[in-house]
Design a protein. Structure first.
Length: 404
């Protein structure tokens, strides 16, 4: 079977849908958290650890997947990782204790880890330094996942219980494995024979740890995605405590929120060539700060309906969708020969910080969500600071154009 050309819309769609595996594995489980806690007789914090376990497995595996994809190619890594995802989903569906579920979620994170990181590297392979536009389309397609996932998850939990979510994830993972096998060709034409050797790996990571531009983008990642994971982790418990929300209502709320991801990614694709990365990153962070401030003001004034949360927080997800393509394209641009390793390391930073900040948000959660709001504002402010005072000066010092 002849596979589509790398620059075809089919490949972009495949990479976007594959990347959505991560969103599905996280967001489909959000409406299940309260039911999971009751069924397994654990606290909300322990139930949230199922998200943290996924994120930790996801982050750790990228240490391996990035170098492997630089050495052996993107396609075999994607095929192997999706097979692990399918097996781990079966383990989660069969779990009858929180320990077994945590193990399954950790392994599921390991299996999902290549989907986004290797997808980003594929786009960098294909489009080089002009990756922001195509990256926006990948993020636009990816954004459909977070819209459908909580909605589907809520319906599944209402009908089948939380275990049903993992049965569906098993089927979705198997379908994506088949699509990759049949339709995705290799995109890495610059295989690096040293990529899997310990010495070069450590030297690459040490170099990145000293690279001012990479460090700036790493702080932006912590700020933006820490904001997202704090919201994803704490909001289901806030909606249940404050509004007595059902799993279906929680799912609908998150589906409405995640429309912002699609809107933001669409706007990024239209505006990237005109504005460049730095203005889009600053605008996205500003939108997040203003949106969370609006939520805090509404709740402080006594508002208690779904609109007090879903309305303002829509802006948070929109701001993230607007800024993410510029973040990913920008951090990969200076490192074409180790794009897989760079994508993996930024993914590790993204998900380890997300797991920690999500757990912190649940530990500090209050019924009104005020603590969550203050935490999100601080994290978005960190991202804005890093863009203005580290990323922008580093781009000028290196004489690199803002990614478009």
């Amino acid at each position: 079977m002849k596979r589509p050309a790398p620059t075809s819309w089919i490949v972009t769609a495949i990479l976007g849908i594959t990347a959505a595996i991560t969103a599905l594995a996280v967001d489909m489980t959000l409406p299940a958290l309260p039911d999971m806690a009751r069924s397994l007789r654990v606290s909300p914090t322990e139930a949230q650890f199922t998200i943290s376990a996924f994120l930790i497995g996801y982050a750790g595996a990228q240490l391996v997947y990035g170098p492997l994809s630089d050495r052996f190619g993107r396609r075999p890594v994607l095929v192997s990782s999706l097979a692990i995802f399918v097996a781990a989903s079966a383990l989660c569906a069969a779990a009858d204790s929180i320990d077994m579920l945590l193990l399954g979620r950790f392994c599921q994170g390991v299996g999902a880890a290549a989907s986004m990181a290797i997808g980003r590297a594929c786009i960098r392979d294909i489009y080089g330094t002009r990756a922001t536009g195509p990256m926006s389309w990948v993020m636009l397609i990816f954004g459909v996942g977070p819209i459908l996932a909580p909605l589907l998850g809520g319906l599944i939990v209402g009908a089948e219980g939380w275990q049903g979510v993992f049965v569906w994830l098993l089927g979705i993972g198997a379908a994506m494995w088949l699509v990759i096998v049949l339709f995705l060709d290799e995109t890495n034409t610059r295989l690096n024979a040293d990529a899997t050797r310990a010495g070069p790996i450590l030297r690459n990571f040490a170099m990145l740890g000293r690279h001012r531009l990479f460090l700036g983008y790493a702080l932006v990642t912590v700020g933006l995605y820490g904001t997202l994971f704090a919201m994803l982790s704490a909001l289901p418990f806030i909606l249940e405590a404050r509004l007595a929300a059902s799993p279906e209502e929680i799912g609908f709320s998150f589906a409405a929120l995640m429309v912002g991801q699609v809107v933001g990614a669409f706007l990024s694709g239209r505006l990237s060539a005109r504005l460049g990365a730095v203005p889009l990153l600053l605008t996205g962070a500003a939108i997040i700060i203003v949106s969370v401030a609006a939520m805090i003001a509404a709740v402080s004034a006594g508002a208690a309906g779904f609109g007090a949360y879903v309305g303002p927080l829509f802006g948070v997800v929109l701001g993230l969708g607007l800024s993410s393509p510029s973040l990913y394209a920008g951090v990969l641009a200076p490192f074409p020969t180790i794009a897989g390793s760079v994508s993996s390391l930024i993914g590790i930073i993204q998900f380890v910080s997300g797991a920690a900040l999500g757990a912190l948000a649940v530990a500090l959660v209050d019924p009104a969500g005020m603590n969550l709001g203050f935490q999100m504002v601080l994290q978005a402010a960190l991202a804005a600071f890093a863009v203005a005072f580290i990323v922008r000066p580093a781009l000028k010092r290196l004489d690199l154009p803002a990614e478009r």
